[in-house]
Design a protein around this ligand. Structure first.
Ligand code: SF4
Length: 224
């Protein structure tokens, strides 16, 4: 039986496609492969947090290089200044795992802990990695709101809720930016468009949309 404790995460090799991809991934121009984390990327943040933010998967040359979610790529360059301005992050920039960034009332992770080809995990990879999400959430005793970035993270989290009989039917919870659902255990789930460079460049998500959503999330954590 697979051990899904977070202690086993660094050596997890459950998804053979992702293990192969990690072994073959070429470094970005001007970088060496030895600079890369190149293994499962764990979540990080405030263990007393009321808010758990879940992205899709590590970016090939961001989190997969630095070893910390949304650190060192465009998605983080968009998100961390806004998390700083809303009081959740201690600094605007996130460039390396030892840059001193701390989070307040927020814990950040990904639905899939290993970088997938074309940023597209397979359904089986979401399924294999979901127990690690459960393990991470179980470390957060004050959790009030789960923010999911993008449909992939949202769907995986709602499936987790279905598997644990927290919800009865997936179709009762459609994805949409800002959609907010209070579950039978009292926890809120809030859907957000992903903060990928593509979504930012196309205007699908803007700084104001993300800031407004995080204010809404804090309000739910305090009053929901
Ligand atoms: S994606 Fe998750 S389950 Fe799959 S190999 Fe990586 S850590 Fe293990």
């Amino acid at each position: 039986m697979t051990d899904y404790s977070l202690e086993t995460l660094p050596s997890c090799a459950k998804c053979s496609r992702l293990v192969d991809y990690l072994g073959s991934l070429a470094p970005a121009k001007g970088r060496n492969r030895s600079e890369y984390w190149n293994r499962p990327v764990p979540g990080f943040g405030d263990l007393q947090a009321r808010i758990f933010l879940i992205g899709l998967a590590p970016g090939a040359h961001g989190a997969n290089r630095t070893g910390r979610p949304f650190t060192g790529d465009g998605a983080g360059d968009f998100m961390y200044p806004l998390l700083h301005s809303t009081g959740f992050a201690s600094r605007q920039d996130a460039c390396s795992i030892d840059d001193g960034l701390t989070l307040t009332d927020l814990y950040i992770s990904n639905a899939v802990k290993c970088v997938p080809p074309q940023n597209k995990p397979l359904t089986s990879e979401f399924n294999h990695c979901r127990p690690y999400l459960i393990a991470e959430q179980s470390r957060l005793p004050n959790i009030k709101v789960v923010v999911t970035l993008g449909r992939g993270a949202f769907d995986s989290y709602m499936r987790l809720c279905l598997e644990h009989a927290i919800i009865r039917r997936l179709r009762d919870f459609p994805f949409g930016h800002g959609a907010s659902y209070q579950l039978s255990n009292g926890v809120w789930v809030v859907a957000c468009y992903h903060t990928s460079r593509y979504n930012v460049n196309t205007g699908r998500i803007t700084e104001q949309m993300f800031v407004d959503l995080m204010h809404h999330v804090r309000d739910l954590a305090e009053n929901g």
